[in-house]
Design a protein around this ligand. Structure first.
Ligand code: MN
Length: 144
C-alpha cells in the first residue's frame, strides 16, 4: 500500500517542483503525485498557482482532465473564459489554447491528469496571438 499523507496542499514524499523550465508563467508549483505505472500510463500532477499568478498559455495534442482542488480563479479553454472554483472539472481537448489564472486574493490548486507519453506544449506565435486577440475578452485575459 502507498499512502502519502496530505498536509497543507502537499503530500508526504512528494517534492514541490518548479512548474516548468523557464517559459511565460508566474508563481506556479508542480507536484507529481503518481506516474510510471505500466498498466496505467498516465502522470497525475497537482499544480498550484499563487494569487495573481498564471500558467503558461499553450496548446498540444494531448488532453488534460483537471479537478480544481483549492481556491479559485479563471481559465481560458479554446475561445471560452470561465470562472472556476473548488471541485469543478475541466476537460481540455486536443489543440485548445488554455491558460489558468488564480484570483488576485486566492490561490488556484488543481489536479491534472495527462498521458505519460505526450507531445510537447506549443507556445503561441505572433500570428496565433493576433488571432486570439481578435476577441477583446481573450485579449484582456491572456498573459502570453
Ligand atoms: Mn497544457
Amino acid at each position: 500500500m502507498t499512502v502519502r499523507r496530505f498536509n497543507a496542499f502537499g503530500w508526504e514524499n512528494v517534492p514541490v517542483l518548479s512548474y516548468k523550465e523557464g517559459g511565460p508563467y508566474k508563481d506556479v508549483t508542480r507536484q507529481i503525485l503518481f506516474e510510471g505505472a505500466e498498466s496505467l500510463p498516465v502522470q497525475w500532477r497537482y499544480f498550484e498557482v499563487q494569487p495573481g499568478g498564471h500558467s503558461t498559455l499553450e496548446r498540444h495534442e494531448h488532453i488534460h482532465w483537471v479537478l480544481i482542488l483549492r481556491g479559485r480563479g479563471a481559465c481560458l479553454v479554446g475561445d471560452e473564459i470561465t470562472d472556476i472554483a473548488e471541485h469543478d472539472l475541466i476537460e481540455i481537448a486536443p489543440l485548445q489554447w488554455h491558460q489558468f489564472r488564480a484570483a488576485e486574493d486566492a490561490p488556484l490548486g488543481f489536479l491534472c491528469l495527462v498521458a505519460a507519453e505526450r507531445d510537447r506544449p506549443q507556445l503561441p506565435s505572433e500570428d496565433d496571438l493576433a488571432g486570439l486577440r481578435q476577441d477583446a475578452k481573450i485579449a484582456d485575459f491572456i498573459r502570453p
